[in-house]
Design a protein around this ligand. Structure first.
Ligand code: PLP
Length: 387
Protein backbone atom coordinates (compact mmCIF):
# COMPACT_ATOMS: atom_id res chain seq x y z
CA UNK A 1 0.00 0.00 0.00
CA UNK A 2 1.38 3.41 -0.92
CA UNK A 3 1.82 5.88 1.91
CA UNK A 4 -0.54 8.35 0.24
CA UNK A 5 -3.43 5.95 0.81
CA UNK A 6 -5.62 6.29 3.90
CA UNK A 7 -6.60 2.88 5.23
CA UNK A 8 -9.67 2.93 7.50
CA UNK A 9 -10.67 -0.73 7.28
CA UNK A 10 -8.71 -2.29 10.16
CA UNK A 11 -11.75 -4.34 11.23
CA UNK A 12 -11.38 -6.23 7.93
CA UNK A 13 -7.70 -6.88 8.45
CA UNK A 14 -4.47 -5.32 9.68
CA UNK A 15 -0.94 -5.37 8.31
CA UNK A 16 1.47 -7.77 10.02
CA UNK A 17 3.49 -5.88 12.62
CA UNK A 18 7.25 -5.85 11.78
CA UNK A 19 8.04 -7.35 15.23
CA UNK A 20 5.64 -10.19 14.41
CA UNK A 21 7.36 -10.79 11.06
CA UNK A 22 10.74 -10.85 12.84
CA UNK A 23 9.44 -13.37 15.40
CA UNK A 24 8.16 -15.68 12.63
CA UNK A 25 11.17 -15.67 10.29
CA UNK A 26 13.37 -18.20 12.19
CA UNK A 27 10.49 -20.69 12.13
CA UNK A 28 10.46 -20.70 8.33
CA UNK A 29 14.20 -20.95 7.87
CA UNK A 30 16.05 -22.43 10.85
CA UNK A 31 13.59 -24.04 13.27
CA UNK A 32 11.40 -25.94 10.86
CA UNK A 33 10.99 -29.39 12.40
CA UNK A 34 7.62 -31.09 12.58
CA UNK A 35 6.31 -30.35 16.07
CA UNK A 36 5.10 -33.96 16.37
CA UNK A 37 8.58 -35.43 15.71
CA UNK A 38 10.51 -36.71 18.69
CA UNK A 39 13.97 -35.70 17.47
CA UNK A 40 15.71 -32.44 18.45
CA UNK A 41 14.39 -30.55 15.39
CA UNK A 42 10.84 -31.56 16.23
CA UNK A 43 11.28 -30.76 19.91
CA UNK A 44 12.51 -27.25 19.10
CA UNK A 45 9.33 -26.59 17.10
CA UNK A 46 7.19 -28.18 19.81
CA UNK A 47 8.77 -25.90 22.44
CA UNK A 48 7.94 -22.80 20.35
CA UNK A 49 4.43 -24.10 19.76
CA UNK A 50 3.76 -24.64 23.46
CA UNK A 51 5.29 -21.30 24.46
CA UNK A 52 3.00 -19.63 21.95
CA UNK A 53 -0.01 -21.52 23.26
CA UNK A 54 0.88 -20.32 26.76
CA UNK A 55 1.18 -16.68 25.63
CA UNK A 56 -2.16 -16.84 23.84
CA UNK A 57 -3.87 -18.51 26.80
CA UNK A 58 -2.44 -15.91 29.19
CA UNK A 59 -3.60 -13.11 26.89
CA UNK A 60 -7.23 -14.22 27.09
CA UNK A 61 -7.43 -15.52 30.67
CA UNK A 62 -7.44 -19.20 29.70
CA UNK A 63 -5.42 -22.33 30.42
CA UNK A 64 -3.05 -23.49 27.60
CA UNK A 65 -4.87 -26.85 27.48
CA UNK A 66 -8.02 -24.96 26.48
CA UNK A 67 -6.46 -23.49 23.30
CA UNK A 68 -6.67 -25.37 19.97
CA UNK A 69 -5.04 -23.76 16.95
CA UNK A 70 -7.17 -23.40 13.82
CA UNK A 71 -6.82 -21.80 10.39
CA UNK A 72 -8.59 -18.67 11.66
CA UNK A 73 -11.81 -17.33 13.08
CA UNK A 74 -14.03 -18.98 10.48
CA UNK A 75 -12.75 -22.45 11.29
CA UNK A 76 -12.97 -21.78 15.03
CA UNK A 77 -16.63 -20.72 14.66
CA UNK A 78 -17.41 -23.77 12.52
CA UNK A 79 -15.62 -26.09 14.93
CA UNK A 80 -17.37 -24.63 17.97
CA UNK A 81 -20.87 -24.68 16.60
CA UNK A 82 -20.74 -28.06 14.86
CA UNK A 83 -18.46 -29.67 17.46
CA UNK A 84 -20.64 -28.62 20.40
CA UNK A 85 -23.92 -29.39 18.62
CA UNK A 86 -22.93 -32.95 17.72
CA UNK A 87 -21.33 -33.66 21.12
CA UNK A 88 -24.33 -32.36 23.08
CA UNK A 89 -26.86 -34.18 20.92
CA UNK A 90 -24.98 -37.47 21.38
CA UNK A 91 -25.00 -37.02 25.13
CA UNK A 92 -28.42 -35.47 25.80
CA UNK A 93 -30.50 -35.73 22.62
CA UNK A 94 -30.90 -31.93 22.54
CA UNK A 95 -31.00 -30.53 19.00
CA UNK A 96 -32.07 -26.88 19.25
CA UNK A 97 -29.64 -24.08 18.41
CA UNK A 98 -29.95 -20.34 19.03
CA UNK A 99 -27.77 -17.77 17.29
CA UNK A 100 -27.96 -14.00 17.55
CA UNK A 101 -29.36 -12.24 14.49
CA UNK A 102 -26.13 -10.25 14.06
CA UNK A 103 -23.56 -13.08 14.09
CA UNK A 104 -20.78 -13.29 11.53
CA UNK A 105 -21.55 -15.49 8.52
CA UNK A 106 -19.11 -18.09 9.89
CA UNK A 107 -21.60 -18.70 12.72
CA UNK A 108 -24.84 -18.14 10.79
CA UNK A 109 -23.86 -20.49 8.00
CA UNK A 110 -22.53 -23.14 10.39
CA UNK A 111 -25.95 -23.08 12.07
CA UNK A 112 -27.62 -23.29 8.67
CA UNK A 113 -25.45 -26.31 7.81
CA UNK A 114 -26.54 -27.97 11.05
CA UNK A 115 -30.18 -27.69 9.95
CA UNK A 116 -29.26 -30.21 7.26
CA UNK A 117 -28.24 -32.60 10.07
CA UNK A 118 -31.56 -32.43 11.89
CA UNK A 119 -30.94 -29.47 14.20
CA UNK A 120 -33.52 -26.70 14.51
CA UNK A 121 -32.18 -23.15 14.51
CA UNK A 122 -33.73 -19.89 15.71
CA UNK A 123 -32.39 -16.33 15.69
CA UNK A 124 -32.21 -14.20 18.83
CA UNK A 125 -33.34 -10.65 18.01
CA UNK A 126 -31.37 -7.55 19.01
CA UNK A 127 -32.48 -4.04 19.98
CA UNK A 128 -31.88 -0.89 17.89
CA UNK A 129 -28.31 -0.61 19.20
CA UNK A 130 -27.51 -4.24 18.36
CA UNK A 131 -27.74 -5.61 21.91
CA UNK A 132 -29.19 -9.08 22.44
CA UNK A 133 -32.76 -8.93 23.77
CA UNK A 134 -32.30 -10.85 27.01
CA UNK A 135 -36.08 -11.25 27.38
CA UNK A 136 -36.18 -12.89 23.95
CA UNK A 137 -33.21 -15.12 24.77
CA UNK A 138 -35.02 -16.25 27.91
CA UNK A 139 -38.19 -16.93 25.91
CA UNK A 140 -36.38 -18.87 23.16
CA UNK A 141 -34.32 -21.13 25.47
CA UNK A 142 -35.97 -24.52 25.99
CA UNK A 143 -35.09 -27.88 27.52
CA UNK A 144 -34.11 -28.85 23.94
CA UNK A 145 -31.51 -26.07 23.47
CA UNK A 146 -28.02 -27.46 23.01
CA UNK A 147 -25.94 -24.47 21.91
CA UNK A 148 -26.31 -20.69 21.87
CA UNK A 149 -23.97 -18.44 19.87
CA UNK A 150 -23.57 -14.76 20.73
CA UNK A 151 -20.57 -12.77 19.58
CA UNK A 152 -18.57 -10.66 22.03
CA UNK A 153 -18.46 -7.58 19.77
CA UNK A 154 -19.99 -7.06 16.36
CA UNK A 155 -17.75 -6.61 13.33
CA UNK A 156 -20.06 -4.18 11.48
CA UNK A 157 -21.31 -1.83 14.17
CA UNK A 158 -19.03 -2.62 17.13
CA UNK A 159 -21.74 -3.35 19.71
CA UNK A 160 -20.39 -5.24 22.74
CA UNK A 161 -22.75 -7.82 24.26
CA UNK A 162 -23.39 -8.30 28.00
CA UNK A 163 -21.79 -11.76 27.87
CA UNK A 164 -21.89 -12.32 31.65
CA UNK A 165 -25.70 -11.98 31.72
CA UNK A 166 -26.05 -14.08 28.57
CA UNK A 167 -23.86 -16.89 29.97
CA UNK A 168 -25.88 -16.96 33.20
CA UNK A 169 -29.13 -17.26 31.31
CA UNK A 170 -27.80 -19.96 28.93
CA UNK A 171 -26.27 -22.03 31.73
CA UNK A 172 -29.47 -21.87 33.79
CA UNK A 173 -31.02 -23.80 30.90
CA UNK A 174 -28.08 -26.26 30.83
CA UNK A 175 -27.09 -25.18 27.31
CA UNK A 176 -23.61 -24.11 26.13
CA UNK A 177 -22.50 -20.68 24.92
CA UNK A 178 -20.17 -20.07 21.99
CA UNK A 179 -18.71 -16.56 21.79
CA UNK A 180 -17.02 -15.19 18.66
CA UNK A 181 -14.29 -12.94 20.08
CA UNK A 182 -12.56 -12.22 16.77
CA UNK A 183 -13.28 -8.48 16.85
CA UNK A 184 -12.95 -7.86 20.57
CA UNK A 185 -9.55 -9.57 20.91
CA UNK A 186 -6.91 -6.96 21.71
CA UNK A 187 -9.44 -4.12 21.58
CA UNK A 188 -11.00 -4.56 25.03
CA UNK A 189 -9.82 -6.73 27.94
CA UNK A 190 -10.78 -10.34 27.35
CA UNK A 191 -10.87 -12.74 30.31
CA UNK A 192 -12.46 -15.97 29.12
CA UNK A 193 -12.59 -17.68 32.53
CA UNK A 194 -14.27 -14.63 34.06
CA UNK A 195 -16.76 -14.27 31.17
CA UNK A 196 -17.72 -17.94 31.46
CA UNK A 197 -18.29 -18.73 27.76
CA UNK A 198 -17.87 -22.42 26.91
CA UNK A 199 -16.06 -21.85 23.62
CA UNK A 200 -14.59 -18.77 21.94
CA UNK A 201 -13.21 -18.02 18.47
CA UNK A 202 -10.01 -15.97 18.03
CA UNK A 203 -8.12 -14.80 14.95
CA UNK A 204 -4.64 -13.31 14.48
CA UNK A 205 -5.09 -11.06 11.46
CA UNK A 206 -7.26 -8.49 13.22
CA UNK A 207 -4.46 -7.81 15.73
CA UNK A 208 -1.48 -7.28 13.40
CA UNK A 209 -0.77 -10.99 13.17
CA UNK A 210 -0.69 -13.20 10.06
CA UNK A 211 -3.78 -14.36 8.16
CA UNK A 212 -4.76 -18.01 8.22
CA UNK A 213 -4.20 -18.66 11.93
CA UNK A 214 -6.60 -18.48 14.84
CA UNK A 215 -7.66 -20.47 17.84
CA UNK A 216 -10.65 -22.10 19.41
CA UNK A 217 -10.95 -21.87 23.19
CA UNK A 218 -12.77 -24.85 24.67
CA UNK A 219 -13.41 -24.48 28.40
CA UNK A 220 -12.04 -27.36 30.49
CA UNK A 221 -14.66 -30.10 30.86
CA UNK A 222 -16.61 -29.05 27.74
CA UNK A 223 -16.76 -31.62 24.95
CA UNK A 224 -16.70 -30.66 21.28
CA UNK A 225 -16.39 -33.13 18.40
CA UNK A 226 -13.43 -32.66 16.07
CA UNK A 227 -14.05 -31.05 12.70
CA UNK A 228 -10.83 -32.11 10.98
CA UNK A 229 -9.78 -35.74 11.32
CA UNK A 230 -6.55 -37.42 10.33
CA UNK A 231 -4.01 -36.80 13.08
CA UNK A 232 -3.62 -36.71 16.83
CA UNK A 233 -2.41 -33.12 16.90
CA UNK A 234 -3.97 -30.55 19.23
CA UNK A 235 -5.02 -33.30 21.71
CA UNK A 236 -6.99 -35.05 18.97
CA UNK A 237 -9.08 -31.93 18.53
CA UNK A 238 -7.73 -30.84 15.15
CA UNK A 239 -5.78 -33.08 12.81
CA UNK A 240 -2.96 -31.64 10.68
CA UNK A 241 0.65 -30.58 11.22
CA UNK A 242 0.65 -27.37 13.25
CA UNK A 243 1.74 -24.23 11.39
CA UNK A 244 4.43 -23.21 13.84
CA UNK A 245 5.59 -19.98 12.11
CA UNK A 246 2.05 -18.60 12.01
CA UNK A 247 1.35 -19.74 15.57
CA UNK A 248 4.54 -17.99 16.77
CA UNK A 249 3.35 -14.90 14.87
CA UNK A 250 -0.07 -15.10 16.49
CA UNK A 251 1.56 -15.23 19.94
CA UNK A 252 3.84 -12.27 19.15
CA UNK A 253 0.86 -10.28 17.87
CA UNK A 254 -1.14 -11.19 20.97
CA UNK A 255 1.62 -10.08 23.37
CA UNK A 256 1.88 -6.72 21.63
CA UNK A 257 -1.90 -6.26 21.34
CA UNK A 258 -2.36 -6.92 25.05
CA UNK A 259 0.50 -4.57 25.96
CA UNK A 260 -0.94 -1.80 23.77
CA UNK A 261 -4.63 -2.46 24.46
CA UNK A 262 -5.24 0.46 26.85
CA UNK A 263 -3.27 2.93 24.75
CA UNK A 264 -4.88 1.83 21.45
CA UNK A 265 -8.32 2.01 22.98
CA UNK A 266 -7.78 5.55 24.27
CA UNK A 267 -6.43 6.65 20.87
CA UNK A 268 -9.40 5.05 19.07
CA UNK A 269 -11.84 6.87 21.41
CA UNK A 270 -10.32 10.21 20.37
CA UNK A 271 -10.39 9.35 16.64
CA UNK A 272 -13.96 8.05 16.83
CA UNK A 273 -15.16 11.09 18.73
CA UNK A 274 -13.59 13.41 16.16
CA UNK A 275 -15.24 11.58 13.30
CA UNK A 276 -18.65 11.49 14.95
CA UNK A 277 -18.57 15.18 15.91
CA UNK A 278 -17.48 16.23 12.41
CA UNK A 279 -20.08 14.09 10.67
CA UNK A 280 -22.84 15.06 13.09
CA UNK A 281 -22.07 18.77 12.66
CA UNK A 282 -22.13 18.53 8.91
CA UNK A 283 -25.23 16.38 8.33
CA UNK A 284 -28.42 16.05 10.32
CA UNK A 285 -29.40 12.92 8.42
CA UNK A 286 -26.56 10.68 9.59
CA UNK A 287 -27.19 7.80 12.00
CA UNK A 288 -24.42 6.29 14.11
CA UNK A 289 -25.07 2.56 14.19
CA UNK A 290 -24.71 0.96 17.60
CA UNK A 291 -25.24 4.24 19.42
CA UNK A 292 -26.60 3.81 22.93
CA UNK A 293 -24.76 0.55 23.57
CA UNK A 294 -21.26 -0.20 24.81
CA UNK A 295 -19.17 -0.35 21.62
CA UNK A 296 -15.70 -1.05 20.28
CA UNK A 297 -14.16 2.42 19.97
CA UNK A 298 -12.25 1.77 16.73
CA UNK A 299 -15.38 1.09 14.64
CA UNK A 300 -17.59 3.93 13.40
CA UNK A 301 -20.53 2.72 11.33
CA UNK A 302 -22.69 5.42 9.77
CA UNK A 303 -25.90 5.26 7.75
CA UNK A 304 -27.32 8.16 5.82
CA UNK A 305 -31.08 8.46 6.14
CA UNK A 306 -32.56 7.05 2.93
CA UNK A 307 -35.37 9.59 3.19
CA UNK A 308 -32.94 12.52 2.98
CA UNK A 309 -30.29 11.31 0.54
CA UNK A 310 -30.10 8.86 -2.27
CA UNK A 311 -26.79 7.04 -1.91
CA UNK A 312 -25.48 3.54 -1.85
CA UNK A 313 -22.56 2.27 0.15
CA UNK A 314 -20.89 0.46 -2.73
CA UNK A 315 -20.64 3.55 -4.93
CA UNK A 316 -19.55 5.65 -1.93
CA UNK A 317 -16.84 3.08 -1.28
CA UNK A 318 -15.64 3.09 -4.86
CA UNK A 319 -15.64 6.86 -4.85
CA UNK A 320 -13.64 6.95 -1.61
CA UNK A 321 -11.26 4.37 -3.02
CA UNK A 322 -10.60 6.59 -6.06
CA UNK A 323 -9.80 9.38 -3.62
CA UNK A 324 -7.27 7.13 -1.86
CA UNK A 325 -9.42 6.09 1.10
CA UNK A 326 -10.20 2.47 2.03
CA UNK A 327 -13.35 1.82 4.07
CA UNK A 328 -16.11 -0.78 4.12
CA UNK A 329 -19.84 -0.76 3.38
CA UNK A 330 -22.94 -2.25 4.93
CA UNK A 331 -23.89 -4.38 2.01
CA UNK A 332 -22.30 -7.22 0.14
CA UNK A 333 -22.46 -8.07 -3.51
CA UNK A 334 -23.76 -11.58 -3.91
CA UNK A 335 -24.62 -13.11 -7.28
CA UNK A 336 -24.82 -9.73 -8.95
CA UNK A 337 -27.28 -8.12 -6.53
CA UNK A 338 -26.49 -5.95 -3.55
CA UNK A 339 -27.65 -7.70 -0.42
CA UNK A 340 -28.44 -5.59 2.61
CA UNK A 341 -26.40 -6.43 5.69
CA UNK A 342 -28.30 -8.72 8.06
CA UNK A 343 -26.87 -6.69 10.94
CA UNK A 344 -28.35 -3.40 9.72
CA UNK A 345 -31.65 -5.13 9.04
CA UNK A 346 -31.65 -6.61 12.56
CA UNK A 347 -31.18 -3.18 14.17
CA UNK A 348 -34.13 -1.87 12.17
CA UNK A 349 -32.57 0.17 9.38
CA UNK A 350 -34.85 0.47 6.32
CA UNK A 351 -33.46 -0.73 3.01
CA UNK A 352 -32.48 2.67 1.55
CA UNK A 353 -30.74 3.70 4.78
CA UNK A 354 -28.98 0.34 5.15
CA UNK A 355 -27.70 0.71 1.60
CA UNK A 356 -26.25 4.14 2.44
CA UNK A 357 -23.92 2.72 5.11
CA UNK A 358 -20.18 2.97 5.58
CA UNK A 359 -17.94 1.42 8.20
CA UNK A 360 -14.70 3.13 9.14
CA UNK A 361 -12.32 1.29 11.45
CA UNK A 362 -9.08 2.60 12.90
CA UNK A 363 -5.70 1.07 13.62
CA UNK A 364 -2.54 1.92 15.56
CA UNK A 365 -1.30 4.35 12.93
CA UNK A 366 -4.56 6.17 12.19
CA UNK A 367 -4.27 9.95 12.66
CA UNK A 368 -6.72 12.80 13.21
CA UNK A 369 -5.64 14.22 9.83
CA UNK A 370 -6.75 10.99 8.16
CA UNK A 371 -10.13 11.24 9.86
CA UNK A 372 -10.49 14.84 8.68
CA UNK A 373 -9.52 13.83 5.14
CA UNK A 374 -12.13 11.04 5.13
CA UNK A 375 -14.89 13.39 6.32
CA UNK A 376 -13.87 15.99 3.71
CA UNK A 377 -13.92 13.37 0.95
CA UNK A 378 -17.36 12.21 2.07
CA UNK A 379 -18.58 15.81 2.05
CA UNK A 380 -18.02 16.38 -1.62
CA UNK A 381 -19.81 13.11 -2.44
CA UNK A 382 -22.83 13.43 -0.20
CA UNK A 383 -23.96 17.01 -0.65
CA UNK A 384 -24.79 16.46 -4.32
CA UNK A 385 -27.11 13.59 -3.43
CA UNK A 386 -29.31 15.46 -0.98
CA UNK A 387 -32.98 15.13 -1.88
N1 PLP B 1 -15.89 -13.55 13.16
C1 PLP B 1 -15.87 -12.21 13.07
C2 PLP B 1 -16.69 -11.40 14.01
C3 PLP B 1 -15.09 -11.58 12.10
O1 PLP B 1 -15.10 -10.25 12.00
C4 PLP B 1 -14.32 -12.39 11.23
C5 PLP B 1 -13.52 -11.78 10.16
O2 PLP B 1 -13.91 -10.83 9.52
C6 PLP B 1 -14.37 -13.78 11.38
C7 PLP B 1 -15.16 -14.33 12.36
C8 PLP B 1 -13.58 -14.70 10.49
O3 PLP B 1 -12.23 -14.73 10.87
P1 PLP B 1 -11.11 -15.22 9.85
O4 PLP B 1 -10.98 -14.13 8.81
O5 PLP B 1 -9.87 -15.38 10.69
O6 PLP B 1 -11.56 -16.51 9.27
Amino acid sequence: MTSSRIYLDYAATTPVDPDVVAAMVPFFSSTWGNSSSIHAEGRASRAALEQSRLAIAEGVGADPSEITFTSGGTEADNHALKGLAFAVRKKTGRSHILVSAIEHHAVLESAEALQGHGFSVELIPVDGAGRIRLDELERLLTAETAVVAVMHANNEIGTIQPIGDIVRCVHEHHALLHMDAVQSLGKIPLDLHALGADTAALSAHKIYGPKGIGALYIRKGVEADALIHGGAQERNRRGGTENVPLIVGFAAAMRKAIALCGQSRAAAEILGKRMRVKLGERWKFVFFNGDGAERLPHIVSISFDGKAVSLDGESMLMNLDLRGIAASSGSACSSGSLKISHVLKAIGRDEATARATLRFSFGRDTTLDEIDAAVAALGSMIDVHEK
